[in-house]
Structures are given as structure tokens and as C-alpha cells.
Design a protein around this ligand. Sequence first.
Ligand code: WTA
Length: 645
Amino acid sequence: MSFIDTVLIEKRAFLPSKQFAAEAHVGNPLEYEPLWNQSQRDPVAFWDEAARNITWINRWKRTLLWQEPYAKWFEGGTLNAAYNCLDRHLKEGLGKKTAIIWEGEDGSHLTLSYQGLFEQVCQLANFLERKLGLKAGDTAAIYMPMVPEAVVAMLACARIGVTHNVIFGGFSGHAIRDRVQDSECRIIFTADVGYRRGQEVELLKTVDSVLSEMPTVENVMVLKRKSETHLKEKQHDWRLVCNQEAKKHDARPFDSEHPLFLLYTSGTTGKPKGIIHSTGGYLVGVTTTAKWIFDLKSTDVFWCTADIGWITGHSYVVYGLLSNAATIVIYEGAPFHPHPGRYWEIIEKHRVTILYTAPTAIRACMRAGNDHPKKHNLNSLRLLGSVGEPINPEAWMWYHTEIGKSRCPIVDTWWQTETGSILIAPLPGVTATKPGSATRPFPGIVADIVNDEGRSCAPNEGGYLVIRNPWPSMLRGIYKNPERFKESYWSKFPGMYFTGDGAHRDERGYFWIKGRVDDVINVSGHRLGTMEVESALVSHPKVAEAAVVGRPDPIKGQALVAFVTPRGEESGLDVKKLTQELKDHVAREIGAIARPDEIKLTRTLPKTRSGKIMRRLLKELAEGKEPTGDTTTLENSTLVEIIGE
Ligand code: WTA
């Protein structure tokens, strides 16, 4: 296990200030420690209590039915997720409170109150239900820019029991087609265009390009942002049709286990998996973690920079925040556009109190220099969060001093698409933080680190991160693929959920997550399967074979390096032209986020006698190192020969 042995010993620790602790929801360690200990002994009791924070139509009869790997949480309970994010706040007189502050790249902005959001959701729900005949059990794809209507679409689906499948707005037509086909969506929500880096992103055109290959799609809702956009058959002008509908709609109850959404994520095979999340358990998980980990107060303005196309956007832009009646900021645009101080400008403009972003963004801002944050008044900030990949201590310290001015606690939150909500993170009022550590599991989460045999590791011994108990927001399966569900998460160690991450725990019980131990890599906080990029490469007629590995990158965390064996004659091969063509091809097949940073054309790929590509060796080559270790199992005795070097 030397590959994940501990190299990092971080001694600095930061305690919450007395004032922060005094005002926090959870601020007294003398009360918290016994609660945490008790939650480790009886997680179900903790979650049973937590479930009282959301509104149920019928109370549950049994808290958990666990038949590994299948969980039923809050059995017999019924609820409506949209009701929890909207109606119940209106009942408490919060109709005028700002729900969403939307900021465009060009500096335009608008705000939407809880009452306003409620009305838009009701109008859309009425149209979907009454005019289009959508009903519980149907699935809907949402392919939208970061605009309030993306949230409206999610909540309208939730309101009528339609399971949504949000597809990141940067994905290509082929990626949309694969996801829509797999999940059999009856409808797609999109916009004619989005705006990014001063350019139009033609979402509707992308949908149109593959519409004929998606026979299950009966209707397309189009948010028209340009008056000249012409709509075709099957397409509805979103605003126009909704204006005809009533601004009220009765939220119906759904079973706690009713699938709220599917979200496709990368795994270790070429095909992304449709992760299924429930309604009741998911909402309990995100509502509780959002409130405790971000110490949410009614006065907070919360900005999570993630796109709603990722799980972070689902849980900590939409459901976890709106269910807590928070005010959220949504930014449609690129972080550095039109200038590198854009983030700090937005924080100052909207008086953001909590910023939740990814290490890659923090590192990029750090590289852009301290002058940018210095130009802005960041006094409104009181808490900072990090998510998506391990945060290196340098970036943590920069975030702490330059952005948090050494007074805002930092919550480094570890979780996954599959876990639904944050599982390991500090509670800012009680936990002493250490740069680079996500600290301890949330109450009700029994996390462990085990060795190859599945035995708990000693302090500072590297191993695999596992979860030993079921938790409410856990995935309920992979859409139409129960075998892969069992195989991916429940087969490596019996009785434990396997996360795919390597980690160690220090003497104090703090977790230090090191990243994936499988073939999933994190590029700028986006999760990509190397196999997925390989299948895209080999679908190109000039490619015989391909292997993709990650290489550490100072900004992106990891960069994608592809080794490709071209088909046919080497003589006359234009290396530059072909590598460019292949990069574009991958971007077209999956999306720009998967575009390889570097492509090396090789005569052969290093393989073992059994035909397995030796990725370890390729990784070393990608990092510019001399291959070390055992290469005796190598089938071809010559090492990798790069064409054109
Ligand atoms: C990584 C994102 C270290 C990890 C919410 C995990 C992290 C994968 C952290 C899930 C963190 C996420 N520290 N690593 N705080 N947060 N990861 O599904 O490798 O996009 O398995 O969910 O991101 O990525 P996903």
C-alpha cells in the first residue's frame, strides 16, 4: 500500500473564534462530543431526529429498512420536495424573502423572492401536468445554463413527481443523447442560448442536433432569451406557455423512497452511470448538513459556484439551501470573465456571507495574484467552503488569509455524487480545522479506513475510505443496472460502502483524503473516467488504441494525458494535426471538459502478458519520470516509443 502511504504531516490547527462559536448552531464542544459519540453508536437514531427538520405529509413508520445494499429510509413517510423548498416558507411569512440572486457575466442581475419562485414553479408544474400529461414515474432531462429557470425546472419536476436528470450545460450532443436514451426522458428543458466568456453557447442547437436520435422525447421546453429564436415542432416557448397557467398548484405527496432525480457520473467503465437519489432521505441529508456545516442563518447570502449540472449544484445550490429558506447566488459565466477579480466583485456586490467553491478555482485565483481580492470589500464573508478534490495546504492558507482575512472558518467538505450530501467535514463552530483535512465524519456517518483485507488501518496508515453504515442520502442504485451498483460499491469489502478514495486518519481521528484509487480522475473538480475518454478516442477512425491517465496539475488538480496508437502507416503522419484533431474529437464526443491536455502518439502501448495496459508506467511517463518498479510482466520488451519525439 505504499502508493497511498502518508506523506503529509500538517501540524497547523485553527480554532473557531469565540464569537463565531457563540453564534453558531453547533458551538459548544461539551454538548457536541457526546452527541457525535452517540451518533456513531446509533446513527439511525440521529437521522430519525434529523428527519423532523423537514415537513412530512405522512410521518414515517420505520426509520430504516436495510437489506444490503438496498436501503429504505423513513418507510411509510410521504412528502413533497418542492413543498419543503417553497410552500412551507411562504406559510411562515417568508414570501418576500429573496430566494435567488442571479448575476450575469456582463454584470446584469435580478432577484427572485420565495413567492416569485413559487409562482414560476407552480405555473410550470401546471403546464407539465395538465397540458403535457407528465406524471410521477416519468423522467425529464434538464440541459440549462445557470439561470433561475434551471432551478424552476428542477422544482417543478419534483413537485409533480417527475424524476429529473440534469445534464451539465457544457456536455456535447452525444453526451446528452446517451444520458437521455439511458434514462428514457419524455421531455427536455433547455434554453436557446447560454452566455459564457462573452460568447453565446447554443444549447438548443446542440439538443436539436441529436433530437432525432432520442425517440422517447415528446416535448422540448425552450427558454427563449433571444426574440429571433425560431421554435420547431415539439418545442414550446417556456415563458409564453407558462403565462397562461395558474400561479398555484397543490403539491402532492410522494413516497419517501420516490426517486427525486438521476444524475449521471463517471465510473471506471466507458459508460457514465445514472445514480438514483430518493426524496425523503436525500432531503433530510442535504437539509441537515447544509444547516450544520454552513451554519446557515436567515441573514446569510450563500454562493456555491458549482453548476447545477453536478451534484454540488443539486445539493448545495438547490435542495439543501432552499429547504433551509436561504438566499442563494447563481452566477452565469466564467470565473475570470471579464477580469480575474470577478468572484470578489460578485461577493462585494451582493454581500455574500458564505462562499463554497473548489480548490481548482482557489488555485487559479491565487495564481492571478493578491491584488484582485484586495480591490474589493470582502467583509461580508463569514464562512468559506471547499469541495471536489483534496485542497493543498498552500491553497487552504491563501483562502484563509487573503479571502477569509484570517477570521472566516474554512469547511473542507468531502462527499460524492453517490453520497448525496456531505459526509466528512468540520462543523465551523466546534471543529479545529487543519489545512488539507476534511476533519471528521458528520454525525450519523461511520467512516473508516481499511487495508486490502478490509481491516481498519492504524493511525497514519494509508488505506481505502469506506462507510460502514447506511445513511439517508445514499444512492439507491444505478439506473437499470443493479449489477454494476453492487459491483462498484458493495463488492470490494463485504458490509461496507466503498468510496473509491484513498485516505489516512491521524492520531486525532482526522481524515486526510488523497483522491481516487481507481480509474476516475478529477480535472478542475470535474469527475471523469479515463475509460470514458478512451472510448471517445477509439471511436475516431484514425485511432487503433488509447490509454488515458491523470497527471498532477498545479491549477486543475489533474490534467488528462492520452497515449494513442494511430492506425495505419507512420510515414507521412502529421503528428500535430492528428493530435489536434483528436482533442477536438473528444470535446465533441463528451464536452470541452474532457478535452485531453496532451496527446502522445505511440507505436505500441505497454501491456502485460495478459493484455492489460500498464497504466502505472504510463502515469510515470506522463509525469516525465523514468519508469520505475517492476516491468518484467511487460509483454513487449521495448518501453513506450513516442512518435515524433
Ligand atoms: C473527490 C463531488 C478530497 C473525491 C462532491 C470523491 C474530494 C470525488 C473532496 C467525488 C474533498 C470531493 N477532499 N477529495 N473535500 N470532495 N472529493 O462525485 O475523490 O463529482 O470521490 O462529487 O471527488 O466527485 P463527485
